[in-house]
Design a protein around this ligand. Structure first.
Ligand code: GLN
Ligand code: ZN
Length: 778
């Protein structure tokens, strides 16, 4: 193929852009279509308008090459499954009848056919639909969506680069289809898949695409030799196709590691690499392999995942180094901008002094364009931008929001003894039993009770001023009364207040802590038409007053049984927010932990004997590269202990995590030193209880016996069976009986009978325990 001369000026590009539109038009259009409020044509028109607006915005901002195919009506992995004809058998008829309805059927399920499973896209909070593949899968190329969007962009006059999920990542993200052997490895289908990709590439070439981008973020994870050789074969084969566009292989979210030398040797025409965060190590690695002679390098030097202004000077220095390592260097964000909100200038309620530190998708686009220009024309050409950037960065460093001397002093003063409970577990267990007097197999819940439509209405009414604070609080108090009464009647042992006042377990605390900002329009896609507005952790964190005492105390005043205090742990407070990039995560976690420690202390002083600190995000924030995990787990578990270890021996600390596969963090769970941990276990048939037993876990555990993800009310014998299995794994003294997770998404009509049955099943099981006395059956 002909090569561009080395003098090609650096281009600015992006790999993907938020799909929703400035007023979440896409969500409205799709949901309107689902509700039958408008036609498929209306939906397609809205979608095309949004794509057009995005390309215009990008081009006006100075982006030279715009992406196509990144847009999606639901999810880009599902789009890829459609592109290669990987339609699960149960959805084929629907897809044949109507393309669009079949697509949404795969995403959302129908009465007769469940949807594809959904899971997290690497370590982001975006969820993709898991392709289902088996030995019988026949791939067929369907380039329609890619071609249509590419043609749309070129017809409008844009230079466009189609973006596809690469074949290796696609296969690695898939799972065995129904009926396939459980150990089926989708990667074995590579030879069948590559001709289909070749066909799509040829179609795009025929439509005029000069470059096509293939995204392979799976390469940012540790991969075994089999994957690396699949990678070599993939791009060896695609690279020598006669009639093809130029291929740009993109990776992001972490460094390329062993995949870099492999990719560098393949006959692809360019690599798009991440040079931010832990992927900054790509810089030295690239030099070590001798650069990318003859290839194009797209340098991801603007962090595509955080919400902060880049350090343009630093990015320019990285780019200057890279110029010596490839034939041509272009500038981009590190990954698709899908994971950040659209436009920081829409946040008019934020203090302008703080708002100037923010860069959402629109601002990151400007940064990329500025850097490309600086690279092409020299730094003088962008002197004003560099000066403004330096000033904004300096104001961030100097701000009282980011540097609160009291918080800093307290963090520095943390000593090892502050992160360890003074008494060993055995001693604590005796003191807690003496104080709480719980039976064997004590029953409890994970915290939340149904968030009823009435509660949501009350919150909305408070926001719009239809009711005042006092009326709202009376509504919450009434809900707590009902919840406590119900739990007492059902015979639960450790009660909760039910969290009716919390719309979200992170936001509730973020709103009360200093250092956190809330946005008005900062929506990011979580999955499909579901968007979330994560808080922004911008500054030093402290607690100005107690956050949970009031409602916990109120609930306790209504009952003689212990009421659990309920807090969100430091790791989860970070994981579900945008976090600051101007200090190590460990430091931010420590600040949050200290604020929580104060809350834990206040709860204890107010008489709360059981305090739960939830860490559902502990595992999902694990670094992609194994080498980084022990460092992460060390600070993560330390932050949890810092939050929880300031209590007396007879105060019982609980934690909760909602996933059943935690084999890889077993040691970390032990390191939390929580007295009691509740976990999801119902759907995996108590496997977790066996794993814990096998690992010799010494403390108390509550493997969930009631799958709260399903509207089904568990049958009594099902509950009894799960309890019996748990009892076989964990001695009755150390076993708790609880649901898998919080009940906020369920309705009372399901929760009432389910918990009554659970409590009853626990009472019966107590009687069957070895050495059970009539008293213990109580
Ligand atoms: N206490 C929270 C609740 O019950 C825990 C939620 C979670 O684990 N995600 O809702
Ligand atoms: Zn949970």
């Amino acid at each position: 193929m002909d090569r561009r001369p080395a003098t090609v000026p650096p281009l600015a590009t992006v790999y993907g852009y938020p799909r929703q539109g400035p007023r979440r038009e896409l969500k409205k259009a799709i949901e309107g279509y689902w509700a039958g409020r408008h036609t498929a044509e209306t939906l397609h028109t809205t979608a095309a308008e949004l794509r057009r607006d995005t390309w215009r915005t990008l081009t006006e901002a100075g982006i030279d090459e715009v992406p196509t195919g990144d847009f999606s009506l639901y999810d880009h992995v599902l789009d890829t499954a459609v592109m290669v004809g990987a339609i699960p058998a149960r959805h084929r008829a629907a897809c044949d009848t109507d393309r669009l309805d079949g697509y949404f059927a795969m995403a959302r399920g129908t009465q007769d056919a469940p949807p594809l499973e959904m899971t997290k896209w690497f370590d982001t909070n975006y969820h993709y639909l898991v392709p289902e593949l088996g030995p019988d899968t026949i791939f067929t190329a369907d380039s329609a969506k890619q071609l249509a969007e590419f043609r749309e962009a070129t017809a409008l006059g844009y230079t466009a680069r189609p973006v596809l999920v690469g074949p290796v990542t696609f296969l690695l993200l898939a799972k065995p289809a129904d009926g396939a052997p459980a150990d089926f490895q989708p990667l074995t289908l590579l030879d069948r898949l590559l001709p289909v990709y070749a066909e799509v590439l040829a179609d795009l070439r025929a439509a005029g695409a000069e470059w096509v981008q293939l995204d392979e973020p799976a390469l940012a994870q540790d991969q075994p030799p089999a994957v690396l050789s699949a990678l070599r074969r993939t791009y060896g084969d695609l690279g020598i196709l006669a009639d093809r566009p130029r291929l740009l292989v993109a990776s992001y979210f972490d460094r390329l590691g062993d995949a870099l030398p492999v990719l560098a040797q393949t006959p692809v025409d360019g690599l798009a690499m991440d040079f931010t965060g832990p992927a900054a190590a790509n810089l030295d690695a690239l030099a070590a392999v001798g650069g990318l002679p003859g290839k194009r390098l797209v340098a991801g030097v603007v962090d595509g995942r955080n919400v902060w202004l880049s350090d343009l000077g630093k990015a320019l220095a990285t780019l200057a180094t890279l110029l010596g390592l490839a034939d041509r260097v272009d500038v981009a964000p590190s990954c698709s901008l899908l994971h950040v909100p659209l436009d920081a200038t829409a946040e008019r309620d934020l203090d302008p002094q703080v708002a100037r530190w923010l860069a959402f998708a629109r601002q990151k686009t400007d940064e990329v364009a500025t850097l490309a220009r600086g690279l092409a024309e020299g730094v003088d050409a962008i002197a004003p931008q560099l000066a403004a950037n330096r000033a904004a960065l300096a104001s961030r460093t100097a701000s009282a929001l980011t540097h609160d001397p009291a918080v800093r002093a307290r963090c520095t003063a943390v000593a090892d003894r502050d992160t360890r409970r003074p008494q060993p577990y055995a001693e604590r267990a005796v003191a807690q039993q003496a104080r709480l007097g719980l039976p064997d197999l004590p029953t409890t819940t994970i915290g939340s009770f149904p968030q009823t439509p009435e509660l949501r209405t009350a919150r909305a009414d408070l926001r719009t001023g239809r009711i005042d604070q006092a009326a709202y609080e009376e509504r919450i108090a009434a809900e707590i009364r009902d919840t406590v009464t119900f739990q007492e009647k059902a015979g639960l042992d450790v009660l909760v207040h039910g969290e009716p006042e919390r719309n979200d377990m992170v936001q509730y605390f973020a709103e009360q802590l200093t250092g956190y900002l809330a946005t008005r329009h900062g929506w990011v896609q979580s999955y499909g038409t579901r968007y979330v507005r994560p808080p922004i952790l911008a500054g030093d964190v402290s607690r100005t007053e107690p956050m949970t005492l009031r409602w916990t105390g109120y609930a306790q005043s209504l009952t003689g049984r212990p009421v659990k205090g309920m807090l969100t742990g430091p790791v989860t407070m970070l994981a579900w927010s945008f976090v600051r990039d101007d200090q190590p995560l460990a430091d931010t976690a420590r600040q949050v932990a200290l604020a929580l420690r104060d809350e834990v202390g206040d709860l204890e002083s107010a008489g709360t004997a059981v305090i739960q600190v939830d860490e559902p995000a502990l595992r999902e924030t694990l670094p992609l590269r194994t080498a980084d995990r022990s460092g992460y787990l060390a600070w993560a578990t330390e932050a949890f202990r810092l939050a929880t270890s300031g209590v007396r021996a007879d105060t019982q600390i609980h934690t909760h995590m909602c996933y059943a596969e935690f084999g890889d963090i077993l040691a970390a769970i032990e390191e939390l030193d929580a007295d009691v941990i509740s976990l999801e276990a119902a759907r995996s048939g108590m496997r977790i209880a066996d794993e814990l037993a096998a690992a010799g876990y010494p403390r108390e555990v509550g493997p969930g016996v009631y799958d709260i993800h399903s509207p089904r009310i568990p049958a009594e014998d099902e509950l009894a069976d799960l309890i019996a299995r748990a009892v076989r794994a964990v001695p009755g003294r150390r076993l708790w009986i609880n649901p898998d997770c919080g009940l906020k998404t369920r309705g009372w009509q399901e929760v009432r009978p389910a918990l009554e049955r659970m409590a009853e099943a626990a009472r019966r099981a107590r009687g069957d325990l070895p050495g059970a006395s009539a008293e213990a059956v109580g």
